[in-house]
Design a protein around this ligand. Structure first.
Ligand SMILES: [Zn+2]
Ligand SMILES: [Zn+2]
Length: 258
């Protein structure tokens, strides 16, 4: 049985390579794979000449200047995915937020998605490469802000720290699992850019505490889609069957999405 893939990108994400919405639609029409299209809200909302503007010091300024553009682009993203949605395809988004909790997405649209992934891709302490304590404190604040928007899944919780070579303590992993339990959200095991030790530690704790885990390929390329070997490896390390370990939308939610 295939797992539910909570995390797939299309050409709307600037870092995507050869994946298109039409390619996913074809899969949805011809297979039983269940998956969510989750493009980066920061790529959708930022203008063509500043697609990576959210990752810069001018993030807020650019965002404020292009609010109308962002609203129109979010609407067009929703309409485009809905127009081809069929089979096991869900409409989601990988939501970015500012440190003060402002979502990089029209707030009024957040309820329109079948699934909301939250990601703390970047925040001031990380951009400034501040000391580890400050980075961890801001990451926790970012996660608190994301759960306040009722995300369903916290995407790759440790990747931002890992990419900048910050240590990820067991205490931080425990904190993340506790918060996910408190707010009933799933934690993503992401195979696009692997944090193996942290993922296994998080998965064991989550399983013990009854916190949900979600499998995400974070597909940016066709070859990544449907490739769950890493998720099976993590399930093996936990000592449970993968379909039992990973969360998926219920049939009722799938019907309601249509
Ligand atoms: Zn991400
Ligand atoms: Zn992603």
């Amino acid at each position: 049985m295939e797992l539910f893939d909570c995390h797939c990108h299309t050409e709307r994400s600037d870092c995507a390579e050869d994946v298109t919405l039409e390619w996913y639609a074809e899969i949805a029409r011809n297979s039983s794979q269940v998956f969510a299209i989750t493009d980066h809200s920061a790529h959708i909302c930022y203008p063509q000449d500043a697609k990576w503007g959210f990752w810069t010091n001018e993030a807020r300024e650019i965002f404020e200047r292009h609010k109308d553009y962002a609203e129109a682009e979010i609407d067009s993203y929703i309409a485009e995915v809905r127009s081809v949605q069929t089979g096991g395809m869900l409409l989601g988004i990988e939501l970015d937020i500012f440190l003060d909790g402002t979502p990089v997405c029209n707030e009024e649209r957040l309820g329109d998605f079948d699934i909301l992934l939250g990601a703390a891709h970047t925040f001031p302490a990380l951009q400034q490469e501040a000391d580890a304590q400050q980075v961890e404190a801001e990451l926790k604040l970012m996660i608190r802000r994301l759960v306040a928007w009722e995300i369903d899944v916290l995407a790759h919780p440790f990747r931002p720290l890992r990419l900048k070579n910050y240590a990820i303590s067991d205490d931080l992993i425990e904190w993340v699992v506790d918060v996910a339990g408190e707010h009933d959200i799933a934690l993503e095991i992401n195979s696009h850019n692997v944090c193996r030790d942290e993922d296994i530690c998080m998965a064991k704790l989550a399983y013990e505490q009854g916190v949900a885990l979600a499998a995400g390929t974070d597909a940016h390329r066709k070859v990544e889609f449907g490739e769950f070997s890493y998720h099976y490896e993590v399930a093996d390390a936990v000592g449970v069957a993968a379909p039992e370990l990973y969360w998926g939308p219920t049939q009722a939610a799938m019907q309601a999405a249509k």
